[in-house]
Design a protein around this ligand. Structure first.
Ligand code: BEZ
Length: 211
C-alpha cells in the first residue's frame, strides 16, 4: 500500500551500517529523512550518499536525522562505504539499512515493478517528530536528488509546523511567506507583528516569522 502524507511512517527494526535500528525509537524527538538507493556500487547513488554526507551539518542544524536504505546487505554497504568516502571526499556519517529481504523497501512501497522488480526507485520520506509522513518525493534510478531542494522543503515543513504560514513558489529560507487562509486579517495583526501585505483577500505575505 502506498504511503500518504499524514500517515504514521511504518516502524521497523533493521540492521544498518551503524548497528540495529528501531526506526521510531531511533528518530526520538528528531525529524527524519529515509531515502532509498537502488543498488550498492552504482554511480548516481555513490554521488548522492557522498553529497548528503557532506551536508550532514545542515541537517543536524534542522534537528533532522538521515537514514538510507539499499536492497543489499550490511557487509556490502560497508565495502561500498569506503568507496564513497574515497571518491566523494566525505566519509559516510549516517546509517545505511541492509535491506536484502526488502522488508523496508516493501513497507515504504519503494519498489515500483514497472520501473524495476529488483531495485528501489529513489524515494525520499520526510518524517516529523510525531512520526507522521510530512513529504514524499520519488525519482527514477537515473536521476540523482538535490540536497539543496531537500533542505529547502525541510525548511518549509518546519516553518509551517511552527507558524500558520505556507511558502510560495521557489521560496527559500529568509524570504517572505504566505499567511495561511485559516488566519483572519484581525488574527494576522497579532500573529505576525512585523505586519502583512495584502495582495488579494486570499493572498497575504508576511516576513518569515522566525527570522
Ligand atoms: C546509479 O546509482 O547510478 C543507478 C542505479 C541503478 C540504476 C541506474 C543507475
Amino acid at each position: 500500500m502506498s504511503i500518504r502524507l499524514g500517515d504514521v511512517a511504518p516502524d521497523f527494526t533493521a540492521e544498518t551500517t551503524e548497528g540495529t535500528v528501531s526506526f521510531h525509537d531511533w528518530l526520538g524527538d528528531s525529524w527524519g529523512i529515509l531515502f532509498s538507493h537502488p543498488k550498492d556500487f552504482t554511480p548516481v547513488c555513490t554521488t548522492e550518499l557522498g553529497g548528503f554526507a557532506a551536508r550532514k551539518g545542515d541537517f543536524d542544524k534542522r534537528n533532522t536525522k538521515l537514514i538510507a536504505v539499499s536492497v543489499d546487505n550490511v557487509e556490502s554497504h560497508n565495502r561500498w562505504k569506503s568507496d564513497i568516502g574515497e571518491t566523494q571526499g566525505t566519509p559516510l556519517n549516517f546509517p545505511i539499512i541492509g535491506d536484502e529481504t526488502k522488508n523496508v523497501s516493501n513497507l515504504y512501497d519503494m519498489i515500483h515493478p514497472n520501473a524495476s522488480d529488483t531495485m528501489t526507485v529513489r524515494s525520499v520520506f520526510v518524517v516529523g517528530p510525531d512520526k507522521k509522513v510530512k513529504l514524499t518525493l520519488t525519482y527514477p534510478a537515473s536521476t540523482g536528488r538535490n540536497v539543496d531542494e531537500v533542505l529547502r522543503v525541510l525548511d518549509s515543513l518546519q516553518l509551517s509546523a511552527a507558524y500558520p504560514v505556507a511558502t510560495p513558489l521557489n521560496w527559500k529560507d529568509g524570504e517572505d511567506v504566505i499567511v495561511a487562509l485559516s488566519v483572519s486579517d484581525e488574527e494576522a495583526k497579532t500573529k505576525f507583528p512585523k505586519g502583512f501585505r495584502k495582495v488579494k483577500d486570499y493572498l497575504r505575505f508576511t516576513p518569515q516569522p522566525n527570522k
